[in-house]
Design a binder for this molecule. Structure first.
Ligand code: KIV
Length: 278
């Protein structure tokens, strides 16, 4: 039976019904197909593309055009999933017009169903502009990778009362501005739970505990492809890098020994034709 495609208006209903939302990142056609076939409700074409796939040290260098290309590939692999595309650093901070233009590009050229942008209350006016233009927007607060240096690195947010109140206010401002959901990254579970309780829209946690309405993880972390970096909140369900290394090592070894390719993996001429070239 094919799974019902989650639509934007369903998000609040899922939350109200206590049905948790499963979101995973994907950056290309094969990972999108796997995520969709595995039953993900939503796929995030995250700008973690920068670190995870393109090998940059941060998400900052990722461009709008790269997001468009990767979003298109994901949509081709998973058109039965809600696909959310990240707005990369520098494509929405300059003005509301810039943000609107960038979001339109991600929807029109990338085929995104919704966009996500990082930032607290200061970005509420941007979310309002996009939302009024009919663009569904996911907010993203807490540890915001695009502004990591301003936060002092990978630090858990919401450890103090002051931080808790400011996160709560930010989440409420984003909801009021029209955000359809908010990603909460690396926030203490107590504060994330309170934010979820205070909002009608779902919260999608990553390192924010079980009180969120849904969870998101990076595809490569879930399947263990990123063996160089494993944050505390990541549950690795497969030793993917190890398994892939073993497979490639077997291929290399069989090429060198001549064990590959056997007849099974080769093409043969008809015997009559063969005689003519012997
Ligand atoms: O870019 C990304 O993968 C994200 C998730 C970490 C939420 O924003």
């Amino acid at each position: 039976m094919t799974k019902k495609r989650v639509a934007i208006p369903d998000l609040n209903d899922y939350k109200e019904a206590g049905r948790k939302l499963a979101m995973i990142t994907a950056y290309d056609y094969p990972t999108a197909r796997i995520a969709a076939a595995a039953g993900a409700d939503m796929i995030l074409v995250g700008d973690s593309l920068g670190n995870v796939v393109l090998g940059y040290e941060s998400t900052a260098p990722v461009t709008l055009q790269q997001m468009v290309e990767h979003c298109r590939a994901v949509k081709r692999g998973a058109d039965n999933c809600l696909v959310i595309c990240d707005m990369p650093f520098g494509t929405y901070e300059v003005s509301r017009e810039q943000a609107l233009q960038s979001a339109i590009t991600l929807m029109k050229e990338g085929g995104a169903d919704a966009v996500k942008l990082e930032g607290g209350s200061a970005f509420a006016p941007v979310i309002k502009t996009l939302s009024l233009a009919g663009i569904p927007v996911f907010g993203h607060i807490g540890l915001t990778p695009q502004t990591l240096s301003q936060l002092g690195g990978h630090r858990v947010q919401g450890k103090t009362e002051e931080s808790a109140l400011s996160l709560l206010e930010a989440a409420q401002d984003l909801e009021e501005a029209g955000a359809v959901a908010v990603v909460l990254e690396c926030i203490t579970q107590e504060v994330a739970g309170k934010i979820d309780e205070a909002l009608d829209i779902p919260t999608i946690g990553i390192g924010a505990g079980a009180g969120c309405s849904g969870q998101v993880l990076v595809f490569h972390d879930v399947v263990g492809l990123n063996d160089a970096f494993k944050p505390h909140f990541v549950k690795q369900y497969l030793q993917g890098a190890q398994l892939m290394k073993e497979a490639v090592a077997s291929f290399c070894q069989e090429v060198r020994s001549g064990a590959f390719p056997t007849l099974e993996y080769s093409f043969q001429m008809e015997p009559e034709e063969r005689k003519k070239i012997d």
